[in-house]
Design a protein around this ligand. Structure first.
Ligand code: GCB
Length: 612
């Protein structure tokens, strides 16, 4: 199990932060082996000295930034570098920890500071960090040079998995030609996708905080646990404050229970007049390590709520919750999967305009900044790990499983305190009918429940209800189906009977609540036809209406949610089924509504009035 925390860096009276977003030097290693950067030790001097560099914005995917198609489709190592001036007091004060943190970089990263390797990390969607104080203190006169090499290659042991296919046919392909095959339906954008930060803490510091919340009548309960590093002796004071900064409960010690009278619960958007209520939990550490005394302050937003699942319902604060929401992607023009505030805020405005109360982080963990927005706005989240495209029997082997367990540890460690996160999804559409799937999903789900006993766990299936080997272990059945699209294309009339049968089969077998976790149809915006034909705005509307009629019959029984595929059009690998990306968005990639967005908007607001 992971032995350190991964709290989102913040400024406080004891912590400083420097955001390294902006332009970095960049070079793709296009040598045939892709290893020239390592062989020639590009990290040992300035990147610009070992060859040409170009400007690359961070955070952003590098793929769509230039006009160079070989960079758009590049497979292998790319190199980023920038120098930063570190405040003299960070260096002078031995009692200050200086930490370098990468919000996420896809997929495998190696990090050097002034030519010294400080960390490496596998996985494209979760943060990693390294303490760099000792490196930058060696020679305070040189600027701090940060070099990050990132490799987007996917193999059967990565998550998501992929395969590099070598084309050894000299008459048909150039010498050494290879391609990256993937089994998921979004472009494998790469680069440094989330902010790179330098931040400080005192040498003795609050390393991790875990909160679990509950309530009894009008009293809220916050069970907390704090871990401290670097201290020989430590005193902890924990204060819970309401929105007006009034102290409502306090405690001391590394663990305890805060009792909040007249609690204001955390409610989903549209379920309460005051959704997303957050308290602030200030953790104040006073510590000593034998030489010096330290004080550290970290403040965690806390929403008090409960989550429970019955055989027919999903309960938030003991009230039935119906997911009417969307599946998303971190995806947009030019920046690819790079974090972008205007885009994030626009998406939240659209989600609220729609009357959506939830989304799934299909098909990987989204930025923490996004989850914090969900906490504040009351948008409920199904938090999915990058377990997408587990289609090949070889990706069920032990090494892959072990890595999947580590990813779940990293995910739960990062997201465990978000009230918006109500369920973990360990995978999307794996080959769940293959025999090894049983042991695989039993193990991943059990592990996730050990890491977090408070949230239900699921994976998203498109398998046959009778043959799915993972379904016995999930708390909620999440099913994707594309009736009248991938099955019986063009035959809208089959949707009612097929969807009804789908729900009845799953429910009869498992007696667990069901979410329709994907449904939809591609639309090339502006294409029209009546009667509706595939790819027109009218067709998407009628698909939705047919699905909605069945949802309305079944939500009175055991269907607990509907998540449209997809919120917006997004980029994919090229292929005959994709017209410059996946067009199942109800918004275009530029976030303009297609006709179906208005259908959904009417429906979601109606549902909110009925169920809220
Ligand atoms: C699915 C996948 C999703 C795809 C979608 C589609 O079942 O889960 O990643 O993008 O279908 O449009 O094909």
């Amino acid at each position: 199990l992971l032995d350190t925390g991964m709290l989102l860096p913040q400024e406080s009276s004891s912590r400083e932060l420097k955001d390294l977003s902006g332009l970095w030097d960049f070079r793709a290693d296009k040598s045939p082996s892709r290893k020239q950067g390592f062989e020639s030790a590009w990290f040992s001097r300035r990147l610009a000295e070992s060859g040409p560099v170009i400007d690359m914005p961070v955070p952003a995917s590098y793929n769509d930034i230039t006009q160079d198609s070989t960079l758009r489709d590049f497979i292998g190592w790319v190199w980023y570098e920038r120098e930063v001036v570190v405040p003299a007091r960070w260096i002078a004060d031995e009692g200050t920890r200086v930490v370098l943190r990468v919000g996420s970089a896809h997929y495998y990263s190696v990090v050097w500071v002034n030519g010294v390797k400080v960390t490496e990390h596998e996985g494209g969607h979760l943060p990693f960090e390294a303490e760099i104080g000792s490196v930058i203190r060696k020679d305070p006169t040189v600027p701090c040079r940060i070099t990050i090499a990132v490799n987007n290659t996917l193999t059967l042991e990565t998550l998501p998995p992929g395969i590099i296919q070598h084309m050894d046919n000299p008459k048909m392909y150039p010498d050494g030609y290879f391609v990256q095959n993937i089994y998921f339906d979004f472009f494998n954008y790469a680069g440094i996708h989330r902010p790179v930060l330098l931040y400080t803490t005192p040498k003795a510091y609050v390393d991790d905080i875990t909160v679990v919340t509950d309530f009894l009548d009008s009293t809220g309960l916050v069970m907390y646990k704090v871990t401290v590093q670097g201290a020989a002796t430590a005193t902890l004071k924990v204060t819970l404050m309401d929105k007006d900064k009034h102290c409502v409960a306090s405690s001391s010690g590394p663990s305890g229970v805060l009792k909040v009278a007249d609690v204001k619960l955390w409610w989903p958007y549209l379920m309460h007049v005051n959704p997303g209520y957050l308290y602030s939990m200030e953790v104040r550490l006073v510590a000593a390590d034998g030489k010096s005394n330290y004080e550290d302050v970290y403040t965690l937003p806390v929403g008090i709520r409960t989550v429970n699942v019955t055989s027919t319902q999903f309960l938030i604060n003991n009230k039935p919750f119906y997911f009417h929401g969307v599946n998303k992607h971190e995806d947009s023009d030019i920046r690819g999967k790079g974090l972008d505030w205007p885009l994030i805020v626009k998406d939240f405005n659209l989600i609220k305009w729609l009357g959506a109360n939830s989304f799934r982080t299909s098909h990987y963990p989204y930025a923490e900044e996004i989850l914090q927005m969900c906490d504040r706005h009351g948008i409920v989240v199904i938090d999915e790990c990058p377990g997408v495209g587990i289609k090949d029997i070889r990706s069920f082997k032990n090494a892959s499983l072990t890595h999947h367990l580590v990813v779940m540890e990293e995910l739960v460690r990062r997201d465990k305190n978000h009230p918006s996160v109500v369920m973990w999804s360990v995978a999307n559409e794996p080959a769940a009918e293959m025999p090894p799937a049983e042991y695989y999903f039993k193990t991943v789900i059990k592990h996730t429940k050990t890491l977090d006993p408070t949230r239900p766990v699921t994976f998203i299936t498109d398998s046959n209800y009778a043959r799915d080997k993972g379904a016995p272990f999930v708390d909620v059945i999440c099913v994707n189906s594309y009736f009248s699209w991938y099955h019986d294309p063009g035959h809208l009339e089959v949707i009612p009977i097929q969807l009804k049968t789908q729900f009845e089969n799953w429910y009869q077998k498992y007696q667990k609540p069901i979410i329709q976790s994907e449904y939809g149809a591609d639309v090339v915006p502006g294409l029209h036809s009546d009667p509706p034909l595939m790819f027109t705005e009218e067709y998407q509307k009628v698909v939705l209406q047919n699905y909605h009629d069945v949802f309305d019959q079944k939500r009175k029984q055991y269907v607990i949610g509907e998540l449209i595929w997809n919120f917006a059009d997004f980029m994919t690998a090229q292929g005959v089924l994709r017209v410059v990306g996946n067009k199942k968005g109800i918004f275009t990639r530029q976030r303009q509504p297609k006709a179906a967005a208005f259908i959904l908007r009417d429906r979601y607001w109606k549902l909110a009035n009925e169920t809220g």
